[in-house]
Design a protein around this ligand. Sequence first.
Ligand SMILES: [Zn+2]
Length: 79
Amino acid sequence: MTTKHVCPRCESNKTGTLTQSPVPGVWEVYHCEECFFTWRSTEPDFITDPAKYHPEFKLSRADLDKSDVMPVVPPLRRR
Ligand SMILES: [Zn+2]
């Protein structure tokens, strides 16, 4: 199933299905292209439902615009 979902954290509809359960129809994992949040369909509604997601952990478009780039992975240490 590739139903579009609204991101619980930033409420963007630019989301997609990241993966599905090995046994079809048990769960799916979705991701948000705006804030990179990922969530599983079977998590509690305070994680999956934008209206019930904890307000202190919400991100707005303005928050995303002023945030720095995703931290890069540092170079591997060589021995
Ligand atoms: Zn998001």
